[in-house]
Design a protein around this ligand. Structure first.
Ligand SMILES: [Cu+2]
Length: 136
């Protein structure tokens, strides 16, 4: 009986840690490299971005290094916030694509994949979107 309880407790603990890991993986704070550029690696696939939330510092150059996971569906990453110095739309490929910008205004800016196949739900509607958080 006692071992049963311990086994269940360990199982729950294990699940909790797995979820924590997943959550941590989906929100990433950009690393500020010695050259003063904040870099983040991202992947896009069916139908998600990982990380889903990217945190950067305002008025500091950013480099998003984005690539597509395996799969036939084409993907892109689009963020239109010219008022904050961010404005890009890049098709993703199996090679890393480098997207450079310097955010000039704090706030939360949504990005998405704007692809859609015929009459099917858009990639964005299927979950392929995220948010860039620009912090002071
Ligand atoms: Cu897509």
């Amino acid at each position: 009986m006692r071992t049963g309880i311990i086994a269940v407790a360990m199982l729950l603990l294990g699940c909790g840690m797995a979820f924590a890991d997943q959550a941590a993986e989906k929100r990433v704070v950009a690393t500020l490299d010695p050259d003063g550029v904040q870099r983040v690696q991202m992947t896009g696939g069916e139908y998600y971005f990982n990380p889903r939330a990217v945190v950067v510092k305002v008025n500091t150059p950013v480099e998003l290094r984005v690539k597509k996971t395996e799969g036939l569906a084409p993907h892109n990453i689009v963020l239109k916030a010219p008022e904050a110095g961010i404005n890009f739309a890049e098709d993703l490929g199996s090679e890393i694509k480098i997207i450079r910008f310097t955010p000039t205004k704090t706030g939360s800016y949504p990005f998405e994949c704007s692809k859609q196949f015929l009459f099917f739900a858009s990639h964005k509607a299927r979950g392929m979107h995220g948010v860039l958080e620009v912090m002071p």
